[in-house]
Structures are given as structure tokens and as C-alpha cells.
Ligand binder design. Structure first.
Ligand code: MG
Length: 368
């Protein structure tokens, strides 16, 4: 068995929104297709992956560096030891999708087997992430946005902070709490915006609300800032979406003051080095006393839903209404009561998401 062709496509990310640091108006994402010599239903089996949300597309490095290396590699080097399956560690996300399709099972089952565990029973916890800054009438529009998420079946929410003065952000938090109903159903995300004094100021102001978590208060690699904040902030702190590796995660829990029973780790396999490295991340975290249910990967999309179910993590996020065609779940994924479940589609089920399926189909329409 062989992967006979590699393809990539750059797709614009929907959503003219911004957080405290980044505007997503011009963002793009890369889709990778791994075309195998295996056939199902008269068509080649193709694995698809994409690079999560929050980085630009990487077509240049794919075309100029990665694909030439893959084409030049010994084909057996891309196989697992038994020679009868592809090794996802060699390429990562698209090959997890390919392997699951060849086994005719959802990717969560393939991921769970690779980790030596059974998939978590469906459904799993999900929260709606949004609460961006709108400019005019931001507080009213924020409330309307969260009301819309509740109508879709979400009962926990996350909003942005740090992109406005503290008094405006607190008005936003209180408007969001009106919809969420309790601090335990509302998280805030500063996207790494603050220095230590601002992080502590926000920490003191947010503490009375008893929020679900305070996310990325400062630079993702400023572990001293994190430790200083946590010293004076009793509530949960969440971070990790901008870390890449098991070594990064270990440094975070060694030096960031993260509390195993309290805090939340958000390393995102598709923003970092993939699911294989994520398995190493979990090993390191567990060695430091963190339960894997403290892990909520950044990135509200189908790939991370399968990772959460396959590995028994705490839950998923979702971005209803923004970050299409990658963000969000397929209509076949039941969302309700604050939970989401993957469908039985083979692989990550990306073909079941209509706005994404058209891009995938266009990448392989010439294949016979
Ligand atoms: Mg975040």
C-alpha cells in the first residue's frame, strides 16, 4: 500500500472578527490531501487534514519542502511496523483520516486504539467560543451572539477580554453572565494580551465572578507571569494553545505554577506537532499529576472532536457562526444540552460538513 500523491489547497477563513491581539479578516488555512492506492466504492481513498485555526496557510512550505521529502521517501517508511497500515506519525493529521477510512471507522476509534484505550462514550462536553469585539454597540451584540448560541444548544460560553478598557470588559462579562446564568458557565480569553500587572488587575476584577476559567492572560511562554497571576488568583487559569510540543507542555507545568486539580491545558494537536506528539503531551502532563480531563484542546472543529473522544479529554470548544468552513461541526454531529457527538462517518467526517466538503471534493474531483 502506498500514498501515491500529495495535494494542498489554501482556503480563506470566514469571519471578520478580532480578539485582543489578532484580526482574522485575512486568515487562511491549508488543507492537505493524502491520496492512497487503496480504493473503496471505485474511488481512491483520500485522507484529509487541515492546520487548525489561528495560523496562516502553509502552501509554500508544503510545496517546497514537505511534499518533495514525502515523494522522495522510501514508501515503506510511511507504513507502520506491520506494513499493512500507514503510520500517522510520519505525516500526521491527513494520515489519521486516511487510516480511519481504510478501517471504515470514525477517527476517534483509530486514535483511541493507537493510545491503547476505548473511545470515551458519546457525547462529550462542548462550549461555544466567541464573544469577539464588534465596534459599535458591542455589549448588546455580544448578548445577542450568546443568546444565539444558547438557542443552538450550548450552555457554556467563552468571550474575549483585553481588547477594551477594563470597565468595558467587565460590562461585557456581566452581559455574558446574564445569558450564561453562572460564572461556572462562562470563560474569558485574553489571547496573551497582558503584562503581569494588567493580568493581576484583571485577575482581581474577575475573581468575584467565579468564572469557569481565565484563558491566556499573558504571553504563552511567559511562565513567570502565569505563576505570579496564579499566586493571587484562586480560580482556574487556562493556557497552552500556542505551545507546540511535549517539552513545551512540561515546561508549562514545571514553571507556570499550573495546579493539577484546578487549571486547564489547551494544547491543540492541529496547531502544534499533531496527534502523535499530543500523546506525548498527555504522558508528560499525567506524570505531573494532571488528569487528562483537564485538557480542552483549542480549536472547535471535527478533528479535535475526534481527539477529545478518542483520548478521553475534558471537552471541546466550538465557534458557531465564525471560522467556517473549518470551525464547527457537521449537521450529523448532535449538539444539544452542552454536548456534541461525532457521527459514524469514517475518518474525521469532514465530508459531512457541507461548507468544507465542497473544498475537499474540488481537490480530488479529477481522480478516477
Ligand atoms: Mg484562546
Amino acid at each position: 500500500m502506498r500514498i501515491v500523491e500529495w495535494r494542498e489547497r489554501t482556503v480563506p477563513l470566514d469571519g471578520d472578527v478580532r480578539n485582543a491581539v489578532v484580526s482574522f479578516a485575512d486568515h487562511t488555512v491549508s488543507i492537505v490531501a493524502a491520496v492512497s492506492d487503496q480504493r473503496r466504492g471505485g474511488r481512491p481513498v483520500v485522507g484529509f487534514g487541515f492546520n487548525s485555526i489561528g495560523r496562516f496557510a502553509q502552501g509554500g512550505i508544503l510545496r517546497e519542502r514537505l511534499f518533495p521529502r514525502l515523494r522522495g521517501a522510501d514508501p515503506d517508511a510511511l507504513l507502520a511496523g506491520d506494513g499493512r497500515s500507514f503510520d500517522p506519525a510520519a505525516v500526521e493529521l491527513a494520515v489519521w483520516d486516511l487510516e480511519a477510512k481504510l478501517r471504515d471507522e470514525p477517527a476517534c476509534a483509530t486514535i483511541a486504539r493507537a493510545a491503547g484505550r476505548a473511545p470515551t462514550p458519546y457525547p462529550v462536553s462542548v462550549y461555544a467560543a466567541g464573544g469577539y469585539y464588534y465596534g459599535d454597540d458591542s455589549v448588546r451584540r455580544l448578548r445577542a451572539e450568546l443568546d444565539g448560541y444558547r438557542a443552538l444548544g450550548f450552555d457554556a460560553f467563552k468571550i474575549k477580554v483585553g481588547g477594551a478598557p477594563l470597565d468595558v470588559d467587565l460590562a461585557r462579562v456581566e452581559a455574558a453572565l446574564d445569558v450564561a446564568g453562572a460564572g461556572s458557565c462562562l470563560a474569558v480569553d485574553a489571547n496573551g494580551r497582558f503584562g503581569v500587572e494588567a493580568a493581576q488587575t484583571y485577575g482581581r476584577a474577575l475573581a468575584p465572578y467565579g468564572l469557569r476559567w481565565f484563558e491566556e492572560p499573558g504571553d504563552p511562554l511567559d511562565y513567570a507571569l502565569l505563576r505570579q497571576l496564579i499566586d493571587g488568583y484562586a480560580g482556574p487559569v487556562a493556557t497552552g494553545e500556542n505551545l507546540f510540543s511535549a517539552a513545551d507542555a512540561e515546561n508549562l507545568v514545571r514553571f507556570g505554577g499550573m495546579r493539577p486539580e484546578v487549571d486547564v491545558i489547551q494544547v491543540d494537536p492541529g496547531l502544534s506537532y499533531g496527534i502523535t506528539e499530543y500523546l506525548r503531551v498527555l504522558d508528560r502532563l499525567e506524570a505531573h499529576g494532571f488528569d487528562r480531563t483537564r485538557c480542552f484542546p483549542h480549536g472547535g472543529h471535527l478533528i479535535n472532536l475526534h481527539v477529545v473522544v478518542g483520548l478521553g479529554l475534558g471537552g471541546c470548544e466550538a465557534y458557531p457562526g465564525v471560522f467556517g468552513p473549518f470551525g464547527g461541526y457537521a449537521p450529523t454531529c448532535a449538539i444539544g444540552g452542552g454536548t456534541v457527538a461525532p457521527s459514524d462517518a469514517p475518518g474525521f467526517g469532514l465530508e459531512e460538513k457541507p461548507d468544507l466538503a465542497s473544498h475537499l471534493a474540488a481537490m480530488v474531483e479529477d481522480l478516477a
